[in-house]
Design a protein around this ligand. Structure first.
Ligand code: UDP
Length: 324
């Protein structure tokens, strides 16, 4: 049985991946500081170590003692807007603390490292959909920090033989039966719209209606977290290091997501158009042919309504998110 260390396993995507690995017969240790993650988001079948990646000695000792076959790295700061006001947090958390985890992989003899990268590494894309080898010119410190860590992993792969997969998620969305999205404060589009649908938020803001898109709002590619989880599991056994884009290949504007949410929930969504949010490119859509071809990835959720429905289902069961 394979043993996996999941850094950030109490977060939104990390919790779903932990559950998915456990469902597929892996043993999992979650390492999480619980600064943004939730204790109740840790699958009870997993072992749990409370720790911060800034604690270099701790993460190295956990990796050395755990005899892990793989490490998954979800433990990062991930807000584009915040990165434009506090770049230091992004470079420290996502690069400096990430290096502690990469060193832990080396010291612990862990052979496979799966990294949560992002579409934000591409910046304002030159063409759409975006392919893996397209030019990467981030337009915010979040994307820059993730691109920098991709390059660090590349050197660790060449020098130390730690095989890595950088999975560039586009917009992670949806929920499993047990785990969903609950940030505090919430900044992400779908959970914010669902708060309006649930009546706990009066209205939402559409950040910009003057983008270069048909309806003027930003277009993103929303991918279900279970499809991301499947990609992580496949990436553990990739024959060599590589980069993979992960999306559905379909773009939806903010206004289209509002309409789809109204259809799924049967509620009217109040919104107001607000100024653009700093650091947002007009359109981000993934070409995911490479991971389908190389690793046999088969996404199950193709349309926004089924993704939103899963998030709504989780919200109805957990109206206040996680208790702790
Ligand atoms: N967005 C919005 N209103 C909100 C939150 C987000 O209009 O309250 C827009 C945001 O500008 C972006 C898209 O929705 O174009 C997705 O944003 P989110 O924060 O969910 O994910 P990101 O693209 O930053 O990873």
């Amino acid at each position: 049985m394979k043993r996996i260390l999941v850094a950030g396993g109490a977060g939104y995507i990390g919790s779903a991946c932990t559950e998915y690995l456990l469902d597929h017969g892996y043993e999992v240790t979650v390492y999480d500081s619980l600064v943004t993650g939730h204790f109740d988001a840790i699958d009870p079948r997993a072992d749990f170590v409370l720790g911060d990646l800034a604690d270099r000695d701790k993460i190295i000792s956990v990796a050395k003692n755990g005899h892990y076959d793989g490490i998954m790295h979800f433990a990062a700061a991930s807000l584009v807007g915040e990165s434009m006001t506090n770049p230091s947090k992004y470079f420290r958390n996502n690069i400096a603390n990430g290096i502690n985890l990469a060193d832990a992989a080396v010291e612990g003899g862990v052979k496979s490292f799966v990294f949560s990268s992002t579409a934000a590494t591409f910046g304002q894309p030159e063409k759409t959909p975006i392919e893996e080898h397209d030019s990467q010119k981030p337009i915010n410190p979040y994307g820059e920090s993730k691109l920098c860590f991709e390059k660090i992993l590349n050197w660790y792969s060449q020098i130390h033989g730690v095989k890595y997969a950088a999975l560039r998620y586009f917009n992670a969305a949806g929920a499993t039966e047990n785990f969903g999205e609950a940030h505090d404060p919430e900044t992400h589009l779908i959970p914010i719209i669902l708060q309006v649908a649930a009546g706990t938020r009066e209205k939402m803001m559409v950040f910009g209606d003057d983008y270069n898109t048909p309806d003027g709002s930003c277009i993103r590619d929303y991918i279900h977290i279970l499809d991301l989880a499947q990609a992580h599991m496949l990436a553990l056994d990739a024959p060599e290091s590589g980069h993979y884009n992960l999306g559905t290949g379909k773009g939806l504007s903010v206004f289209e997501i509002i309409k789809a949410t109204e259809k799924v929930t049967g509620k009217k969504i109040n919104y107001e158009v607000a100024p653009r949010r700093a650091g947002d490119p007009d359109v981000l859509i993934a070409c995911s042919d490479r991971i389908k071809k190389m690793l046999g990835w088969k996404p199950q959720f193709e349309d926004a309504e089924s993704i939103i429905a899963s998030a709504w289902n989780w919200k109805l069961k957990n109206p206040n998110g996680y208790r702790r």
